[in-house]
Design a protein around this ligand. Structure first.
Ligand code: HEC
Ligand code: HEC
Length: 449
């Protein structure tokens, strides 16, 4: 199944992969990164072997059907619904048993005795992923910072993510002077992400190849952490920095909550300072079961549902198409057939997620529309091109969000569109020329998503 990527096809340099860490350590970088950061960075190397994930046999010939869509806390069929949610508590919930059990894990509030911190951002996944249902988006933002040296990006000490809470005042992480590259990133929705995970690599590359040159997106190749760094096209996060929900969950458990796992066994520092003495729970604090439960919960969620489809909404969908918005905000994508191995073989697409048509209004590729926050996926040569690009924000569920763009600093739909320059300049120009009626329909359409 595996094949090397022709370098013309995927511009994020797979060429740089052969000996990236060796090159890195050979340069002046060595003075800048601690053994801890080097270990973390090594975790993010991939094998450059990208599976097509297109499936085969009868399953791939069956007609695709619409993915179920609703904000109803009910399973899409990936896992059984399980015991009534209200009956579950710390003693009765069983991780991995059902949607409701895994939702319990996703909502569970962790404390110091569970290994929270020493630096962290919030106490549960739900604290940032909750609107309209558990797993959705929220207004919570996280803070990142770093600096440039000879044009190359360097994380702020201990990583570009700056934790905004700590279990002890002495462990509190502060942005140090000399880190002028800064951003906020707002919490996106994870609802329906099991379908996104089930999109084949080749489907995303196909979308890219169909885009006009000037608007072509960048597929980023990242490691599937649970598959020993097998290469896959990233699709989750504002930079597409992860390809699987299990990888993202392990990353979030450590980086948002300070809970270590077999994937990430080392605690975060506080601006490079070792503060592990403030957390006495033995590492890894989770044996990996919670991470699996979070991933399976998200895999079981239905897609975000549409609002009322009025004549204005239907007209607005046409305007969206005419302005070229749908070149990046792709309306319909079909997931890989059931039975297809994805995530480097660690997940077989189940019937509940396979051959489903979803309407994410994203190509899950990165674009330079002039809003790039300057912070790459990793401070390495391979990912340098991601610094000034962002993943096309999926517009499904847009009507549940009122702080827009990666930094949450656009208050209205129009303001978000006005920030589209670079590869989206032509769409913005056409938007500015719209008559009042077309503009109203476009907004009606956006507010139906
Ligand atoms: C402090 C708030 C916060 C907490 C707590 C948090 N997240 Fe997130 N989550 C975010 C932000 C912010 C992003 C976007 C990060 C980025 O791209 O830089 C994100 C992105 C994600 C994504 C990618 C979604 C997509 O479609 O792009 C997943 C999956 C996710 N989080 C899962 C989790 C899980 C599982 C937990 C619990 C272990 C968790 N998050 C805890 C804030 C949070
Ligand atoms: C070249 C690709 C491209 C085109 C064309 C494009 N967009 Fe976007 N869009 C993006 C990217 C990338 C983002 C995320 C930018 C960021 O967060 O900094 C985005 C973000 C958005 C958001 C904010 C969503 C959120 O959840 O915060 C809206 C709304 C939006 N686009 C609407 C449109 C509309 C309407 C059009 C057509 C007029 C359009 N876009 C054309 C790439 C594109």
């Amino acid at each position: 199944m595996g094949r090397r990527l022709p370098s013309t096809r995927v511009p994020v340099s797979v060429r740089a992969l052969a000996a990236p860490l060796a090159v890195l350590l050979a340069t002046s970088v060595i003075a800048q990164i601690s053994p801890r950061d080097a270990a973390r960075r090594a975790r993010f190397l991939h094998d450059a072997n990208l599976d097509a994930e297109t499936g085969s046999g009868a399953a791939s010939l069956a007609p695709a059907t619409e993915a179920p869509a609703a904000f109803d806390n009910l399973t899409n069929g990936f896992d059984p619904q399980g015991p009534p949610f209200e009956t579950l508590d710390e003693d009765t919930a069983v991780a991995l048993r059902s949607f409701n059990d895994n939702r319990f894990a996703f909502e569970e509030v962790e404390g110091i005795a569970d290994g929270l911190g020493p630096t962290y951002n919030a106490q549960s996944c739900r604290e940032c992923h909750q609107n309209i249902v558990t797993g959705g988006a929220s207004q919570v933002t996280v803070q990142r910072a770093g600096h440039l040296l000879n044009g190359q990006f360097f994380d702020s000490q201990g990583g570009s993510l700056i934790h905004s809470r700590a279990t002890h005042p002495d462990a509190m992480e502060l942005v140090t002077p000399g880190e002028p590259v800064r951003t906020f990133r707002i919490s996106p929705s994870t609802v329906g992400d099991g379908f996104v995970e089930a999109i084949a690599n080749d489907t995303l590359l196909g979308i890219r190849n169909s885009q006009p040159l000037g608007m072509r997106g960048l597929p980023v190749v990242v490691p599937v952490l649970e598959a020993n760094g097998r290469a896959r096209i990233g699709r989750f996060g504002w930079k597409g920095q992860h390809a699987s929900l299990e990888s993202f969950s392990a990353d979030a458990y450590l980086n948002e909550m300070g809970i270590t796992t077999p994937t990430f066994p080392l605690e975060n520092t506080s601006s490079g300072r070792d503060v592990s003495a403030y957390d006495t729970v033995a590492d890894p604090e989770d044996d990996g079961e919670d991470v699996q439960a979070f991933a399976n919960f998200m895999r079981s969620t239905k897609a975000p549902p549409r609002g009322a489809i009025t004549p204005a909404v239907t007209a607005g969908a046409q305007v969206f198409e005419h302005l070229g918005c749908s070149t990046c905000h792709v309306a319909s994508i079909t997931t890989a057939p059931a039975g297809t191995p994805i995530n480097g073989g660690r997940l077989i697409v189940p019937a509940a997620l396979g051959n489903k048509v979803i309407h994410p209004y994203s190509d899950f590729l990165l674009h330079d529309i002039g809003t790039g926050d300057g912070i790459p996926i990793q401070p390495t040569e391979e990912y340098a091109a991601t610094a000034n690009k962002m993943r096309t924000a999926p517009l499904w569920g847009l009507r549940t969000r009122n702080r827009l763009m990666h930094d949450g600093l656009s208050f209205t739909r129009e303001e978000a569109i006005e920030r589209h320059g670079g590869q989206a300049s032509n769409s913005r120009r056409l938007f500015r020329n719209l008559g009042a009626a077309d503009r109203a329909s476009l907004l009606a359409f956006l507010n139906s998503l």
